[in-house]
Design a protein around this ligand. Structure first.
Ligand code: HH2
Length: 271
C-alpha cells in the first residue's frame, strides 16, 4: 500500500503533493514501483497535528481519488469522516482506512457496510493531538488485541461483512518505542483475531529513535521493520518508499518460502 498524502503538514512528505496533479503523478509512480493499493489522505495524523474540516479534506482528496481510480488503480481513502469517505467512494475508492476504527464518526461504519467497501480498523490511544503524552498499557499487545476485537464486533454490528475487515496495530499512535517494538515482535498474536493485518512503520519516529536519522533518511529502518513484520505475520504494508520495500518483501517472501502476496483480494471485488 503506497502512501499519497495530499496534505501540507504530513510528518515526512507534507506539502510535496498538496497539488492534485503532483499527488496523482506520485500515486502513479508508487503503483509503477509495485504498490497494489494507493492510500490517499487529506489530513495529517502526526502527533500534535491540527484537525482539518471535512470540506477542505474532501477538496484535497476527491480529484486525486477520481484520477487514480479512473486509471484503474485500487484506491484506499485514509479518513475518519463519513462525508469524505462517501465522496471518495463515489470517486472510485474501494477501501476506507480509518485510524479511529469507526470511533470518530458513528456514520462511517454504516456507509462502508452499504457500499460494500473494505475497511481498515486501526488502534490508536487518545487522539493525534494528545496520543504521545505518556501512553500506558497493562500489556500493549493484549490491550491492542482487545480493542481490535471490540472494533471488529462494532463493524460487524453495523453490517460490515467480516471478509471486508482488515486490522492494524497503529504503530506510533499512542505508543512508546518499547510499545511499538513489542507490537511488531508479537504481531502474530493478532492473527488470533482471524483477520488480515496491515502495518504502518514507514519512516516513523520509533525508527528515528533507534537510528538517530531524520524522517527522510529512515528507509533502512523502514525496510527492516517491514521484513520482520512479514515474518511475524503481517499481510499488508503501508509505506512511502514502495520500490525499496516491495523489493525487500519479494526477496523475504521467497526466503520464507511463501507465496508472493497478491493483494488477498483487498478492494478487488466491491463497488
Ligand atoms: N499511519 C499514518 C496514517 N495513516 N493508517 C493506517 N492504517 N496505519 C498507519 O500506521 C497509519 C495510517 C501516519 O503516517 P503518514 O500518513 O505518513 O503521516 P501523516 O499522518 O502525518 O500524514
Amino acid at each position: 500500500m503506497g502512501i499519497v498524502n495530499v496534505t501540507p503538514d504530513s510528518f515526512s512528505d507534507g506539502g510535496l503533493y498538496l497539488d492534485a496533479d503532483a499527488a496523482v503523478a506520485h500515486g502513479r509512480e508508487l503503483a509503477a514501483a509495485g504498490a497494489d493499493v494507493l492510500d490517499v489522505g487529506g489530513e495529517s495524523t502526526r502527533p500534535g497535528a491540527d484537525a482539518v474540516d471535512a470540506q477542505e479534506e474532501r477538496r484535497r482528496i476527491e480529484p486525486v481519488v477520481r484520477a487514480l481510480a479512473g486509471l484503474g488503480h485500487t484506491v484506499s481513502i485514509d479518513t475518519s469522516k463519513a462525508p469524505v469517505a462517501e465522496a471518495a467512494l463515489d470517486a472510485g475508492a474501494r477501501i476506507v482506512n480509518d485510524v479511529t476504527a469507526f470511533r470518530a464518526d458513528p456514520e462511517l461504519a454504516g456507509i462502508c457496510a452499504d457500499r460494500g467497501s473494505d475497511v481498515v480498523l486501526m488502534h490508536m490511544l487518545g487522539s493525534p493531538r494528545t496520543m504521545q503524552d505518556d501512553p500506558r498499557y497493562d500489556d500493549v499487545v493484549d490491550d491492542v488485541k482487545g480493542f481490535l476485537s471490540e472494533r471488529i464486533e462494532a463493524a460487524l454490528a453495523a453490517g460490515v461483512a467480516e471478509e471486508r475487515i482488515w486490522i492494524d496495530p497503529g504503530i506510533g499512535f499512542g505508543k512508546t518505542l518499547e510499545h511499538n517494538l513489542a507490537l511488531l515482535r508479537r504481531l502474530g498474536e493478532l492473527r488470533e483475531l482471524g483477520r488480515p493485518i496491515i502495518v504502518g512503520t514507514s519512516r516513523k519516529r520509533f525508527i528515528g529513535a533507534i537510528t538517530g536519522r531524520d524522517a527522510s533518511e529512515r528507509i533502512g529502518g523502514t525496510v527492516a521493520s517491514n521484513v520482520l513484520a512479514l515474518a511475524n505475520g503481517a499481510d499488508a504494508f503501508r509505506v512511502h518508499d514502495v520500490a525499496e520495500v516491495r523489493e525487500a518483501l519479494d526477496v523475504a517472501e521467497a526466503l520464507l518460502g511463501r507465496r508472493k502476496w497478491d493483494g488477498h483480494g483487498m478492494g478487488k471485488t466491491s463497488g
